[in-house]
Design a binder for this molecule. Structure first.
Ligand SMILES: Cc1cc2nc3c(=O)[nH]c(=O)nc-3n(C[C@H](O)[C@H](O)[C@H](O)COP(=O)(O)OP(=O)(O)OC[C@H]3O[C@@H](n4cnc5c(N)ncnc54)[C@H](O)[C@@H]3O)c2cc1C
Length: 435
């Protein structure tokens, strides 16, 4: 195999470095690529894609492995060394290379009094998140991250590196179509003038879950656009790494990210709903916003999916507790996010569909211990019960191995899906990319 023009390294099974390069955050999807290219430049990505085309290999890409949905046996492009972040403070934008995680952008942007449209975890990759749509901590005020991309550098299946902007079909398809159309080497994204927020969480005990769910639903339903909030039900293990008040308990965790003043007044109805086991709400620099959800930083195996819904009535809340609460047959982290606000408004430059009518998204995620089947079955009971009110699905919260056609049909509106399929035939006729 002649891959000499590469600046980066090539790893084959059995060689030093191969396992580290393939390892990602998601451990429930087995990947065994025939060759891994550790890209150091955009030209390395071009070389890798051309090499794969010449040898009939399918191409996949990984920055962090947080969003791995299918194993790969062909050529894997590892982007972790593409680590450049450039802030243009005057324009309020960042140019971010493909291997960058949100934490690096949060830090770089904060130095200029700016913030990115990042999500709950600073460890997630900017490109995978944004191409999935990107539901962030300020989503109800600013909309999804994919709608705040101004330019994309992408290597397409013909091995050419293209710079695409508004007006191009590829620009539309990539913002929500994820890796189906090429390997992105860099994105230019908008930043917003935010330095601080009122955020954190309220944690409630098992017995209070039904009352807290109802109080949060009512409170979140009339939330201003400056508030983005979710409620999680989490079965915490009895381990020293878990804060003592939560250890070994199945709790409700209300998460708050609020950009206005008077945060304590705003959350008063929640604090009154039940006594909190822990209350971490406070003003904080936006660069510390990863502490709001405080997600576990350790790689593990997980499987999950979601449904968007047009309302959250009492029957739905009962179904959520029954199928994904403390008594559920498979331990499940259940998260309900309030959508609405700017997420309902069409963006200036359209991108691939997102369920703009939905009011909430209900997501379920379970650690894979005894295989995926018991998890699938347990989640199916929950989502079957919610079917009468389901309106779609959000791509970023589909975790682990799923049928790609079924995911596409639930994630994209029919017109978008038709156009995506036409563009796929045009830009990637041999299906080099995608799952
Ligand atoms: C702990 C955790 C918290 C999360 N929080 C949020 C959240 O708040 N909001 C939200 O919207 N999502 C969230 N997600 C979902 C996350 O956005 C998706 O899983 C996303 O795909 C992860 O991207 P990644 O680059 O980190 O992962 P990777 O596994 O490296 O990539 C995931 C996929 O993204 C695509 N991709 C990655 N790099 C490229 C590239 N250079 N070119 C083309 N395609 C590429 C590929 O399809 C790849 O398989 C979270 C996930 C986890 C595990």
């Amino acid at each position: 195999m002649d891959v000499t023009p590469l600046t980066g390294q090539v790893f084959r099974p059995g060689q030093d470095g191969y396992d580290d390069e393939v390892a990602g955050f998601q451990l429930a999807v087995a990947t065994a690529p025939a060759v891994v290219v550790g890209a150091e430049t955009a030209d390395d990505v071009v070389t890798a894609v051309r090499f794969a085309a010449a040898h009939g290999l399918r191409v996949s890409v990984q920055a962090t492995g947080h969003g791995l949905t299918a194993g790969t046996e062909g050529l894997l492009i590892s982007t972790r060394r593409l680590a450049g972040v450039e802030i243009d403070a005057e324009a309020g934008t960042a140019r971010v290379e493909a291997g960058v995680r949100w934490g690096a952008v949060l830090e770089a942007a904060a130095k200029h009094g700016l913030a990115p449209l990042s999500g709950s975890s600073p460890d997630v990759g900017v490109v995978g998140y944004t191409l999935s749509g990107g539901f962030g901590l300020m989503a109800r005020k600013y909309g999804r991250a994919a709608d705040h991309v101004s330019a994309i550098d992408v290597v397409t299946a013909d091995g050419s590196l293209r710079h695409v902007e508004a007006g191009s079909d590829l620009f539309w398809a990539l913002r929500g179509g994820r890796a189906d159309f090429g390997i992105v080497t860099a994105l230019e994204v908008d930043l917003v003038p935010v330095t601080e927020l009122y955020g954190g969480g309220l944690y409630f005990d098992t017995a209070d879950i039904p009352a807290v769910l109802r109080a949060w639903r009512t409170w979140a339903s009339s939330a201003p656009d400056t508030l983005t909030t979710s409620l999680a039900m989490i079965p915490y293990p009895d381990l020293p790494m878990v804060p003592e008040p939560l250890r070994g308990k199945h709790i409700a965790h209300v998460r708050v990210a609020y950009l206005g003043d008077g945060g304590d007044d705003l959350v008063a109805p929640l604090r009154a709903a039940a006594p909190a086991l822990m209350d971490t709400l406070k003003r904080m620099p936006f660069s510390e916003s990863g502490s709001i959800a405080a997600e576990p930083p350790h790689p593990h195996g997980y499987h999950g999916t979601n449904t968007t819904v047009t309302q959250l009535n009492d029957a739905m809340l009962d179904a959520i507790v029954e199928h994904a609460g403390p008594g559920a047959e498979v331990g499940t982290v259940l998260i309900v996010d309030r959508l609405g606000g700017a997420l309902t408004r069409p963006p200036e430059v359209p991108g691939v569909g997102w369920d703009r009518q939905a009011e909430f998204v209900v997501r379920a995620l379970s650690v894979v211990e005894a295989g995926i089947e018991p998890v699938r079955k347990a989640h199916a009971k929950l989502f079957d019960a919610l079917t009468p009110w389901s309106s779609g699905r959000l791509l970023p919260f589909v975790y682990g191995e799923h049928d790609p056609a079924e995911v596409a049909e639930s994630v994209y509106p029919a017109d978008d899906l038709r156009r995506l399929r036409e563009l796929k035939r045009e830009y990637d006729p041999k299906a080099t990319f995608g799952s």
